[in-house]
Design a protein around this ligand. Structure first.
Ligand code: GLC
Ligand code: CA
Length: 578
C-alpha cells in the first residue's frame, strides 16, 4: 500500500500514537511585547516554525500564575494564565492557531503540590487542625512521619517537612519547601483537582503532562511513590477525562505521566483505564550511557526488555528536558549505568544537581553533532513519542552557573540579531541571558542561520521528521530487536502492515561493520531511506558498515513510497517559509 494512503486512512489510532512532541518553556521561547519575557503571543508567532520543523504537538511548561520560585511549578491559581505570559483569551487564540497549523497543545498539570502562596495553603494555615481546610495539605507534629520517603531535591532541602509557625505543625513538601503537597486523602482535594482538569478540557487543550505523578499519596514504610491509592485516583482522573470528552463530542486527550521510575514501576500507569503514556526515563539514561562509552550491550538488553512489554507505543522518549538529566540513586537505572555516564561524558563533571546532570544536550555531547544525530536516529525510530526540548534541534548551548536549572532554560536563538531575536528588550530585562558561550553563540547557532545551511543540524532534524511522517512503520509498527553482533551497534526492525524498516545505529566514535541476519526478508529489496539509495538485497549475512556515530534507516521489501518520500533529503532541501 502506498505510504501516503496510510496517513489519510480512517484508523482508530489516537492522535498521540507516534506523535513527535516539542517541549518549550513559554517564558524563554519568544517575546512578542518586548518586555524581555517570552509570552503566549510570541509562541503563537512561532507556530509556523514548529510546523515547518515537523513536530505534531507542543508541550508548554506551566503557564499559570506563580511566584516563579520553581519555574512555574509553584502555582497560586490553577485556572488562570500568568499575566506576564498573557491571559485566557490569549491562550484561546494560541490553541486555535496551533490547531490551524495542525499542532496539538499539551499543558503541564501539577497535581501534587501548590505554591505556599496559593489561597488554599494560606487558608489551611489559619484553619483549625483537623478541619477540612487544614486537611487540604499534609501535616505532622514531627518530621519523622513518612521517614522512608527520600528527599528528592537533595541539594536544596534536607527534609521533606517544613515547620509552619502559624499552623504550629510541619507540612509535607516532596519538592521545594515552598511547595506544600496537597492531601489526596481528602476527597475535597481530589474533587478540586478534577475540576481544574475539567476547566482546561473546556478550553480545548489536547493533552496534559502530569507532573510528579507518583507522589500523590503517602503511606508509612514506603518510598511514597506509585502507591495503589495514587493509581486508583489516576483511574478516576482518566474516566472523568473520557467522560468529559465524550460529553463534548471531542476526541480523547493525552494523559502523559512524569514518573521517574524504572520501567516496572512506570508500567502500571499505562494499565488499562489509567494514563495513556509515560516518559521512559530509564531509556534516556541508557541512551546516554551507551554513547558515553561507545558500548551498546546494556541498551540492547534494555530495548529487548522494552520490546517484550506490551505498552510499546505508550512511551514518551525524551533526551533532555527543562530539569537536570535525572539518573537517580540506583533506583531508576543500575549504578553502573550512572557511573558510565559520569565517567564517559566529561562535560557532566562539576554539573551534578540533585540526582542528575544539569546540562543541555549539545554541551553534554561536547558540541559534537555526530552522537547527537545517532541518539536522535534512535529516538525518531523507536516505538513511542519522541520529545524534543526546544533549542536541541539547533544544538543550542547552556549557561552553567545560573541558578538551579536555569542553565538549561535560556532564551531560544532565532536570529543572529540582538538577543538572538528572542526579545527586543534591553539585556537586563531578559528573563535569562541568551547563549554567547564559545561554540554556541546565538549569532551562529540560531534558526535563521541553520535554515539557510543545507547541512545544518536543524535541517537534519527536519529531514528525519519528514521521513518519519512518511514511514508508518516508525510511528505505529511492531518493534523487534535484531542482534547486531557488534558491541557498539544497535539494530532493530519496525514493521507495519504497509512496510518494514530496518534501523542500525553505531554509538561509538569509531567505524563499525557487521553482518545482520535478514533471513526473514531473504532476497528482498533494501533501500536506504534518507538519501534514497539502493543496497544489496537482504541475505542471511547482510553486510553493513557504519562510520563513527553513523546510522541507517532502510526499507525492506517493495513497499511503494510516494515520490516525495523516495528521498527525504529532497524534502528537506526544498526551501519552505516559516
Ligand atoms: C517536576 C518538574 C520540575 C519541578 C518538579 C516539582 O519534576 O519537571 O521542574 O521542579 O516537578 O514541581
Ligand atoms: Ca513578553
Amino acid at each position: 500500500m502506498a505510504v501516503q494512503a496510510e496517513a489519510g486512512s480512517p484508523t482508530a489510532q489516537p492522535w498521540w500514537d507516534g506523535a513527535v512532541i516539542y517541549q518549550l518553556m513559554p517564558r524563554s521561547f519568544s517575546d512578542a511585547n518586548g518586555d524581555g519575557i517570552g509570552d503566549l503571543q510570541g509562541l503563537q508567532n512561532r507556530l509556523r516554525y514548529l510546523r515547518w520543523l515537523g513536530v505534531d504537538a507542543i508541550w508548554l511548561t506551566p503557564i499559570y500564575p506563580s511566584p516563579l520560585r520553581d519555574g512555574g511549578y509553584d502555582i497560586t491559581d490553577f485556572t488562570d494564565v500568568h499575566p506576564e505570559l498573557g491571559d485566557l483569551a490569549g491562550l484561546h487564540r494560541l490553541i486555535e492557531a496551533a490547531h490551524g497549523q495542525g499542532l496539538k497543545v499539551i499543558l503541564d498539570l501539577v497535581l501534587n503540590h501548590t505554591s505556599n502562596l496559593h489561597p488554599w495553603f494560606q487558608r489551611a494555615r489559619f484553619a483549625a487542625p483537623g478541619s477540612a481546610e487544614r486537611n487540604y495539605y499534609v501535616w505532622s507534629d514531627s518530621e519523622e512521619r513518612y521517614g522512608t520517603a527520600p528527599v528528592l531535591f537533595r541539594h536544596f532541602e534536607d527534609s521533606n517537612w517544613q515547620w509552619d509557625e502559624l499552623a504550629g505543625q510541619f507540612y509535607l513538601h516532596r519538592f521545594l519547601h515552598h511547595q506544600p503537597d496537597l492531601n489526596y486523602d481528602n476527597p475535597a482535594v481530589q474533587e478540586a483537582m478534577l475540576q481544574v482538569v475539567e476547566f482546561w478540557l473546556e478550553r480545548g487543550v489536547d493533552g496534559f503532562r502530569l507532573d510528579a505523578i507518583p507522589f500523590l499519596f503517602e503511606r508509612e514504610d514506603t518510598r511514597c511513590e506509585g502507591l495503589p491509592e495514587t493509581h486508583a485516583f489516576l483511574k478516576r482522573l482518566r474516566s472523568r477525562v473520557q467522560e468529559s470528552s465524550r460529553r463534548r463530542g471531542r476526541p480523547e486527550v493525552l494523559l502523559l505521566a512524569e514518573a521517574i521510575q524504572p520501567m516496572d514501576e512506570a508500567m502500571p500507569y499505562l494499565d488499562e483505564g489509567e494514563l495513556n503514556a509515560a516518559f521512559n526515563f530509564g531509556l534516556t539514561a541508557h541512551l546516554f550511557a551507551a554513547v558515553a562509552y561507545g558500548q551498546a550491550a546494556d541498551l540492547v538488553q534494555f530495548l529487548t526488555e522494552l520490546s517484550e512489554r506490551d505498552v510499546g507505543r505508550g512511551w514518551a522518549l525524551p533526551l533532555r528536558n527543562h530539569d537536570e538529566l535525572w539518573l537517580g540513586d540506583g533506583h531508576l537505572v543500575p549504578q553502573e549505568v550512572i557511573h558510565r555516564i559520569r565517567d564517559g561524558l566529561p562535560a557532566a563533571r562539576g554539573h551534578w544537581l540533585n540526582w542528575g546532570i544539569n546540562r543541555r544536550l549539545a554541551p553534554l555531547l561536547n558540541g559534537d553533532p555526530r552522537p547527537n544525530m545517532a541518539l536522535h536516529a534512535l529516538l525518531y525510530s523507536l516505538p513511542g513519542m519522541p520529545c524534543i526540548y526546544y533549542g536541541d534541534e539547533l544544538g543550542m548551548g547552556d549557561w552553567p552557573g545560573l541558578r538551579d536549572r536555569d542553565a538549561n532554560r535560556t532564551p531560544m536563538a532565532w536570529t543572529p540579531e540582538r538577543n538572538g531575536g528572542f526579545s527586543s528588550a534591553p539585556d537586563p530585562l531578559l528573563v535569562l541571558p541568551p547563549i554567547t558561550a564559545p561554540g554556541y553563540d546565538y549569532r551562529v547557532v540560531n534558526v535563521e542561520v541553520q535554515k539557510s545551511l543545507n547541512g545544518s543540524l536543524l535541517n537534519w532534524h527536519r529531514r528525519m521528521l519528514m521521513s518519519r511522517k512518511l514511514l508508518s512503520a516508525l510511528r505505529h509498527g511492531d518493534f523487534r530487536v535484531l542482534p547486531s553482533g557488534h558491541p557498539s551497534m544497535v539494530s532493530y526492525v519496525r514493521q507495519s502492515l504497509e512496510m518494514t524498516v530496518l534501523v542500525a545505529v553505531n554509538l561509538s566514535g569509531t567505524g563499525a561493520s557487521t553482518q545482520l541476519n535478514l533471513t526473514p526478508w531473504q532476497g528482498q529489496r533494501v533501500r536506504e531511506l534518507l538519501w534514497g539509495c539502493d543496497f544489496p538485497e537482504a541475505t542471511e549475512e547482510w553486510f553493513v558498515y557504519l562510520p563513527a556515530y553513523g546510522f541507517g534507516w532502510w526499507l525492506l521489501g517493495d513497499a511503494e513510497l510516494s515520490t516525495s518520500s523516495k528521498s527525504a533529503a529532497g524534502v528537506a532541501s526544498r526551501s519552505a517559509s516559516t
